[in-house]
Design a protein around this ligand. Structure first.
Ligand SMILES: *Cc1c(COP(=O)(O)O)cnc(C)c1O
Length: 249
């Protein structure tokens, strides 16, 4: 045993000191999730949800080729986007306040705002894109409250078409790209009515508005595999990659 340790190649030792335990953990979690996603879908996008996590964690994940990252808080997203490479595709997945639309729209490598929760919000973000002189159309999802819980944001399922239609027809700075739902906590993942509802809405609205491309974003750490089996185009996975977060303040 002694001899084995003694003759351990020197490169192993130096690699060990270079990459921290945390880096190894993030990369190994990410590779596992990525493999699980790839087994279930060729086309779905994996968004690594990095809220509350330090910028270093995002750098570790980005080194392995992960480009899509999701953040919930405007200030945190702004700080990270300034600090981290412009090659990252950011997703804003938190509640968007109207008075923060300009700040969000000004982030050049913002890929998608997943949480448009009404016509007024769409108009505010559309206007903000013009004000800050955004060059490319900003992709948006309409967030749908599929579970009907009072505390959840998002438009009721019955109003999703109207909001989508409004964006398509009246918000030239925005690109209507799909729907998003969080769904109820602790649903039976294998038989989740929120998933069924969002998939049905995707089909109906895509047909009604004659859209070439229209996605549905659903599935998180606890149920992304089931979500992919149900046809999710975009899963948002935090805990399974970065570990647990501190409880909400
Ligand atoms: C935090 C968050 C996630 C990630 O949740 P996990 O359970 O940690 O994977 C996904 N979507 C939204 C909207 C979130 O706020």
């Amino acid at each position: 045993m002694f001899a084995k340790a003694f003759f351990r190649p020197i490169t192993r030792i130096s690699l060990r000191t270079m990459s921290t335990e945390r880096e190894q953990q993030v990369i190994s979690n990410l590779n596992k999730v990525r493999k699980e996603v790839a087994e279930l879908s060729n086309t779905a996008r994996l968004v690594a949800v990095s809220k509350y996590m330090p910028a270093e964690d995002i750098e570790y994940a980005a080194k392995t080729g992960q480009t899509h990252f999701g953040e919930n808080y405007v200030q945190e997203l702004v700080e990270k986007s300034q600090k981290l490479p412009a090659t990252i595709d950011w997703h804003f997945i938190g509640h968007l306040q109207s008075n923060k639309c300009k700040t969000v729209a000004a982030i050049p490598n913002l890929f998608l705002v997943e949480t448009i929760d009404g016509i007024k919000k769409a108009d505010a973000l559309n206007k903000a894109c013009g004000t800050v002189g955004r060059q490319n159309k900003l992709k948006v999802y309409v967030q749908v409250n599929t579970s009907g819980e009072e505390a959840k944001s998002g438009v009721p399922a019955s109003e999703a078409l109207d909001v989508c239609k409004h964006i398509k027809e009246n918000c030239p700075a925005l690109e209507l790209y799909g729907l998003m739902t969080i769904g109820m906590k602790d649903r039976d993942a294998a038989n989740n009515p929120d998933f069924e509802k969002i998939v049905q809405l995707r089909t109906d609205i895509q047909a009604e508005l004659q859209l070439d491309r229209f996605e549905a974003s659903f599935g998180m750490s606890s149920d992304f595999k089931e979500a992919l089996s149900e046809g999710s185009n975009n899963v948002r996975v935090g805990t399974a990659i970065f570990g647990g977060r501190p409880p909400k303040a």
